[in-house]
Structure formats: structure tokens, C-alpha cells
Write a protein that binds this ligand. Structure first.
Ligand code: F0G
Length: 400
């Protein structure tokens, strides 16, 4: 059953609906009431479909590329430096290189179940990369709207190469999403942005996996970047469901990090309200989270307040610095938006919001290669020399 998160109005699972007809708010799938022992998940193949009993689609006909089951890396070097017990959930290891694949395997499976022939999304890049791959796999027509000139190269390449009809919108993500949503409401296509509650049913498994990765315990805190605010809402739903099923006996503080130039959620948190005022001209080097009007803001504010969590901003400089820190200290390559979680951890430790010794799980949402230009610009160019052994020895010795 689909349910409005604000007024509780209920809708049938198969109704194509994105917001509540009564009050206009966002929707969610009611959690499934299952009688299941958690040990069953231990012996299944490590994809998110190991949790199929808790995902409300017909699991006999799934559209999958093997998403989920991503690495959960204990990061002792950074952990020791920052004084926390640190784990990093590496979502860049999903099939198209971001956590969006978790949402798309479920969302596109639902699209096929509903019998639609066209799917679409607006995107800062990763959603479109993911949807175009899953639409190709399912044989569906795929239309994506991208904010002109603001999509990282790797993501653009993916959307184009998988055969989506890519349309560059002269405007930002918020404007592109508004246009795409209007088309969906006019029934031109089935919308697969995260306002579609089935998307979040896939993404909630990040929360499931973190708890299972920790041996059925909750971390003290989960930190992640926030843009359109779907993922923080999804992960909170996931950890809450496992808690309600009795699989764990505590829940993490949900901690959302935004870029300083695109921070409507943090602004609301600072004021202690759930009323989120859109930011008109969002700007950040972390193009994935360059979003001023997050559609899932109500769910995100609920997640932060209900979990006794927190929200903070980081500057572009702090993001780029954290991106390099994670890559060079721990060998984990992530795109700028993902590094916001590490930059946020650093800042909140300095501010004393995060206690010494806390067990923290940082979600890093997309792969380094999504944005090769930013990565190259952050490094000094390789030296050019001939393949002459003496010249090379000279060069390497002088470097020491
Ligand atoms: N990290 C990455 C790498 C993302 O691509 C996104 C969102 C986020 C974090 C934020 O997640 O929106 O659920 O709060 N990317 C979307 C896209 C907007 O179009 O690819 P969120």
C-alpha cells in the first residue's frame, strides 16, 4: 500500500501516483508486515534482492544488474586521526557506479510490472546514468533531462551510451525536474526520480546492509551527502524497519551534509524547523548535490529530527580536500558529492558534535570516475620524460 507521509491517505500499490491527491505531500510504501528470521539473509547471494521479502514488488521478474552488497570498509587510518570508529559504505561499487542503481532496480521492475513503455527522470547525472542502463536492460524507452553544462563527464557518457534520449535543459536541476514531473503528470512517461516511492524501497537497503555488515548492530551515526533528500529518507526507512522487526536494538543518528552553496535542509535544521525554504541559485563543485528545492524534504527533516541527528554544510574546498584525503589515506576513490560525508565528519568532530569514539558509517555515494575532470584538475600533471633508464633513475632519485 502507498501512503501519504503527512495526512496518511492510502493508495493502491499499482496506482501511478507521485504526490498525495488530498494534501499534495510525498508518498511512501507502507512497510511490509513479514514474519521472517534475519538469518535467512546471511546465506543468500549478496545483492539487495537478498531482502526480497521486504521489497514491495513482484520479485519473480526483477530487472537487475547485481546491485547492492557493496563494500563496507573499516577505515582505521582516518578513524584514528579523527578519533572515531569509522566505516565507509562504498556505493560507487554498484553496477553504474552510484547508489542510484539500488533505486532503479526496484523502480524499473515496478515500471515493467505496471506495463509502461517509457520512463524518464531529471538528473544531476547519476540518476540518468542509472536509469538509462536499467531501461536498456528492460527494453524501455528512456528520456532524461540534464541541467545544461553542469553534469560530470562520466555520467553524461553513461546516459548517452546506454541509448537514453538525452535532453539538455537550459536551467538548473530544480527546473529540469519540474518540467519532467509535468510530463509525467500528463502521462507522457513514468517518472523515476526519487519522488517515486518505489525508488526509495531500493535505496533503503543501504540501511539494511549497514546494520547487517555490523553484525546486526547499529552504528551510532550514519553520515551522507544530501541533495534531493531521497537517500537520507530511504536509509532512515531501512534502519527503522530493521529496528521494528527486532533485528537490531538501536537506531543511528541520521546526519545529512550539504554543500554550502546548496543547503536548504541545513538552513531549516539550524532554525529548528521542518519548513524548508528553497535556495534559488544553488552552486557547488559537487554537481551531484547542486539542488535548491529538495522534493523529499519532509521525509528528510523527519529522519534528522526523529533520529536525534544533525545537518551541517561544507565548503567546496573542504569537499575537495576530503575527496583527496579518502583517496590517499584509504584508497577509496569517490566523486566530490560523496566526499561531503567525510568532510562533514571532519567538521562535526572539530565542532564537538560527534563524540570521540563514536561508531560512524559514512556513505560514499558515487565513484571517482564519474567526474574525471575535477579529479584531474585537483592533481599536478604527470612529468613527461623519455623512456631512458638513466633519465628515469635521475628523476626518481631526485624526487626522494
Ligand atoms: N551523492 C551523489 C553521488 C548523487 O548523485 C546524489 C544525487 C546525492 C549524493 C544526493 O542524494 O538526492 O537522494 O539526497 N543525485 C541525483 C541525480 C539528484 O540526479 O543523480 P539525494
Amino acid at each position: 500500500m502507498i501512503r501519504c507521509v503527512v495526512c496518511g491517505e492510502e493508495y493502491d500499490d499499482d496506482e501511478v501516483i507521485y504526490t498525495c491527491k488530498k494534501c499534495g505531500s510525498v508518498l511512501e510504501l507502507a512497510s511490509l508486515d513479514v514474519d521472517i528470521d534475519k538469518s535467512i539473509f546471511e546465506c543468500r547471494k549478496d545483492t539487495l534482492w537478498k531482502y526480497k521479502e521486504l521489497i514491495p514488488v513482484n520479485s519473480d521478474h526483477i530487472v537487475t544488474l547485481g546491485e547492492g552488497g557493496t563494500p563496507f570498509c573499516k577505515c582505521d587510518k582516518i578513524g584514528e586521526e579523527l578519533g572515531v570508529d569509522l566505516y565507509v559504505k562504498v556505493e560507487g561499487s554498484n553496477p553504474t557506479g552510484s547508489f542510484k542503481d539500488r533505486g532503479m532496480t526496484v523502480g524499473v521492475t515496478k515500471a515493467v510490472e505496471l506495463g509502461v513503455d517509457t520512463v524518464g527522470c531529471a538528473s544531476t547525472g547519476n540518476t540518468s546514468a542509472s536509469l538509462s542502463a536499467y531501461a536498456a536492460r528492460a527494453g524501455l524507452r528512456c528520456i532524461v533531462f540534464l541541467p545544461s553544462g553542469k553534469v560530470a563527464l562520466g555520467k553524461l557518457a553513461q546516459a548517452m551510451f546506454h541509448g537514453a534520449e538525452v535532453i539538455s535543459i537550459d536551467g538548473n536541476f530544480d527546473e529540469a525536474l519540474e518540467a519532467m514531473t509535468a510530463l509525467a503528470l500528463d502521462k507522457y512517461l513514468y517518472l523515476l526520480n526519487s519522488i517515486n516511492p518505489y525508488r526509495l524501497e531500493g535505496q533503503k537497503t543501504i540501511g539494511y546492509e549497514i546494520l547487517q555488515d555490523l553484525g546486526w548492530e547499529s552504528p551510532d551515526r550514519i553520515i551522507l551527502p544530501v541533495g534531493n533528500a531521497g537517500n537520507i529518507s530511504a536509509i532512515w526507512k531501512g534502519v527503522s524497519e530493521f529496528y521494528d522487526l527486532g533485528f537490531v536494538d538501536s537506531k543511528p543518528m541520521m546526519t545529512g551534509i550539504q554543500a554550502e552553496g546548496a543547503c536548504p535542509i541545513t538552513n531549516a535544521f539550524r532554525k529548528g524547523t521542518k519548513d524548508v525554504v528553497p535556495v534559488d541559485d544553488p552552486e557547488t563543485i559537487a554537481t551531484a548535490i547542486r539542488i535548491g528545492a529538495p522534493v523529499s524534504y519532509i521525509k528528510a527533516m523527519n529522519a534528522i529530527y526523529d533520529s536525534n541527528g544533525y545537518s551541517e554544510t561544507v565548503t567546496d574546498e573542504e569537499i575537495l580536500d576530503a575527496q583527496k584525503y579518502l583517496a590517499r589515506k584509504e584508497g577509496i576513490g569517490v566523486e566530490p558529492a560523496s566526499a561531503a560525508s567525510i568532510a562533514g565528519l571532519r567538521k562535526l568532530r572539530e565542532e564537538g558534535v560527534i563524540d570521540k569514539g563514536e561508531r560512524v558509517a559514512c556513505v560514499v555515494t558515487g565513484h571517482l570516475l564519474k567526474d574525471p575532470n575535477t579529479a584531474i584538475d585537483a592533481c599536478t600533471k604527470p612529468v613527461e620524460v623519455s623512456a631512458d633508464i638513466d633519465a628515469l633513475k635521475n628523476l626518481l632519485t631526485n624526487k626522494e
